[in-house]
Design a protein around this ligand. Structure first.
Ligand code: EPU
Length: 301
């Protein structure tokens, strides 16, 4: 299919064979067949409609911080909302566009005296991605602060939904099935100085426990109920295990790091070896937290 198949209005925004690795924090993976950087709701709507009409699969890329793209890349359209990142604060309510950086949001909340989202300090990624996977950590998850989300639903309609109407789970939400455009978050009024200090403290804890300065996709596997995947991987003796340029971090067992020249194939093979060892030692099947593009089963890796 040629670029000319795309409607004229959106064509200038479409790039062909756009490398995706550099748009992910793991820095691996091949190109997107078509890549669109949306600057407005109109661009997003046009891209969704064009993908449907052309029968192309549509993928949304956020901050690329929880993403493993296959070496062969992905077919279809990859949509980025990186150009839509406005944040407006009204008292304890925050209107934020999907492309905003989550840490920019946290800092802005602190400096404007909005309490709550500090619990998300140190989590990388975009607000849209954080909502789609209900990002969180020890101190809470983004769903805790959602009043409503405006998204393009799986039927292709622009819709506003209140938190009660959205299914948020552990690192999951139904927003993944559509395109998040914007959210209204509800915090409470707090003291600016205290909030800034609180955000810094949570960030420091993460810096101490996680390989922050390395290329990684954050936690690789979900925590099995009541257990820590990182600890299980550590106890199974997997720290330092390597396949090609991919290595299990010596600092935190649930992080796979790219030591420089890793390929997606190395990362998948390493994940598979780790899952096998953990199963042998603990009898538990780890499930990936990192998104695999295109979707594939670890067992087939
Ligand atoms: N631990 C080990 N060895 C390790 C790693 C951890 O013994 O190699 C122990 C720790 O000492 C601690 C326990 O395991 O006693 C739990 O570890 P940690 O506090 O690091 O938390 P986690 O359960 O491994 C979760 C989230 C992280 C989030 C942290 C802190 C998941 C899968 N992971 O990790 O989220 O940053 O809590 O809030 O839910 C992510 O989602 O990408 C992510 C990194």
């Amino acid at each position: 299919m040629s670029l000319n198949a795309f409607p004229k209005r959106i064509r200038p925004r479409v790039r062909v064979n756009e490398p995706l690795g550099r748009r992910t924090t793991l820095r691996v993976g091949g190109p997107a067949e078509y890549f669109v950087e949306a600057m407005s709701l109109r661009d997003v709507a046009d891209t969704v409609q064009a993908s449907r009409e052309l029968g192309l699969p549509l993928h949304v890329i956020g901050g690329g911080s929880n993403l493993l793209v296959a070496d062969a890349g992905v077919q279809g359209v990859v949509l980025s909302l990186h150009g839509m990142k406005k944040i407006n604060v009204f008292g304890s309510k925050v209107h934020v566009q999907a492309g905003a950086n989550l840490s920019t949001l946290v800092n802005r909340c602190s400096s404007e005296g909005v309490a709550g989202p500090q619990s998300l300090a140190g989590i990388p990624g975009s607000v849209g991605g954080a909502l789609a996977m209900n990002a969180g950590g020890r101190y809470g998850e983004i769903a805790d602060y959602v009043e409503r989300v405006i998204w393009i639903n799986p039927k292709g309609e622009l819709e506003s939904r209140y938190r009660e109407e959205l299914e948020f789970g552990y690192r999951s939400s139904e927003l993944r099935k559509g395109v998040v455009i914007e959210a209204v978050l509800q915090g409470s009024i707090g003291d600016r100085g205290e909030l800034i200090a609180q955000g810094r403290e949570i960030l420091q804890q993460k810096l101490a426990a996680q390989p922050y300065s390395e290329f990684s996709a954050g936690c690789t596997f979900k925590n099995p109920k009541g257990q820590s995947a990182g600890r299980m991987i550590d106890m199974a003796g997997c720290k330092g295990l390597r396949v090609g340029g991919a290595m299990v971090s010596n600092r935190h067992g649930n992080f796979v790091i790219n030591t420089g020249d890793a390929r997606a194939h190395d990362v998948l093979e390493l994940m598979s070896q780790v899952a096998t060892r953990v199963f042998e030692v603990h009898g538990v099947e780890l499930q990936p937290e990192v998104q695999l593009w295109p979707c594939r089963s670890l067992l087939a890796a």
